[in-house]
Design a protein around this ligand. Structure first.
Ligand code: CP
Length: 305
């Protein structure tokens, strides 16, 4: 069975059947362990085209692609010919001429990945674009919740923090809604979007209220690099109203804490919280490799080999 589209650009592109295919395949790869390798992408040229920095997404896609047998090349935007004025599209076309069949693309600009996909006959996977979407992060977050709770239907999940600048929030809202999760949001009003994304979604004004009414708190990083002016008063003020600390966690020890990373310790989260088993940050990272294996494996069925 194939997933419905020969690329992964938008979380919204994925229907419930696609999610089932991806999660079943992820289960299979997870069971196989860390050292097994597969032939799904044997010798297929795949480029990690990251036009913006990344640790988790880039390394996990690299591991995933290599475990599937791909011939992986890594594009380094800092030393590339972008600095000589080459366009994004010519960069992709140049790699296509060299035989690249799959592009895993991260870009700081909204919508560029979509534009590149519409100008390419090869497979494009969005590894995070601007403030719009990060579909494989959304997938690995859903998968982490499935493994922890068994089912997502009726789960109460609050996304806390800088929702305005967050592609992770957008991906999660799209994917979790489809799976029956009751989503709420919480954050300083300056960091809450006033768009279609949050229409009809209940807003908590502080994290204590959010904790009381939620099974899961999904923390988001305060993305200062995307702010044109300072939108929060101070780290201390933010932490007091929206940060997760040990006192808050101990009041509800069954609460599940998630964060896509990277974390600003002392702002979104206190470091002591990460040692608790219900803090799933490292589990999210671990499952990220298997989710990306599943996505690449399913998309490989669209390659003309
Ligand atoms: N969560 C996430 O996308 O992290 P990186 O920016 O390190 O890839």
């Amino acid at each position: 069975m194939k997933i419905s589209k020969p690329y992964l650009i938008r979380s919204n592109d994925l229907n419930i059947n696609d999610l089932k295919l991806i999660f079943d395949k992820t289960d299979m790869f997870l069971k196989s362990g860390n050292y097994s390798s597969f032939d799904d992408l044997k010798n297929v040229p795949l480029a990690l085209a990251f036009f913006e920095n990344s640790t988790r997404t880039k390394i996990s896609f690299e591991l995933a692609a290599k475990r599937l047998g791909a011939n992986v090349v890594s594009f380094d935007y800092v030393t590339s010919s972008l600095s000589k004025g080459e366009t994004n599209l010519d960069t992709i076309r140049t790699m296509e001429a060299m035989g690249i069949k799959i592009f895993v693309i991260r870009h700081k600009e909204d919508g560029i990945v979509e534009e590149l996909q519409s100008n390419s006959n090869n497979i494009i996977v969005n590894a995070g674009d601007g403030e719009i979407d990060h579909p494989t992060q959304g997938l690995l977050d859903s998968y982490t919740l499935h493994k922890h709770f068994g089912t997502l239907k009726g789960l109460n999940l609050c996304i806390v923090g800088d929702i305005l600048h967050s592609r992770v929030a957008r991906s999660n809202i799209s994917l979790l809604k489809k799976q029956g999760v009751n989503i709420t949001i919480c954050g300083p009003k300056e960091l809450l979007p006033k768009d279609k994304l949050t229409e009809g979604i209940n807003v908590y004004s502080n994290i204590d209220e959010a904790i009381e009414n939620s099974d899961v708190i999904m923390l988001l990083r305060v993305q200062r690099e995307r702010m044109k002016s300072e939108l929060i008063k101070s780290n201390e003020d933010y932490h007091a109203k929206f940060g997760m600390n040990i006192k808050r966690f101990e009041r509800k020890p069954e609460l599940v804490i998630m964060h896509p990373g990277p974390v600003n310790y002392g702002v979104e989260l206190d470091m002591e919280v990460i040692k608790y088993p219900n803090c799933l940050i490292q589990t999210q990272v671990k499952y990220g490799v298997y989710i990306r294996m599943a996505v690449l494996s399913l998309l490989s069925e669209y390659i003309n080999k």
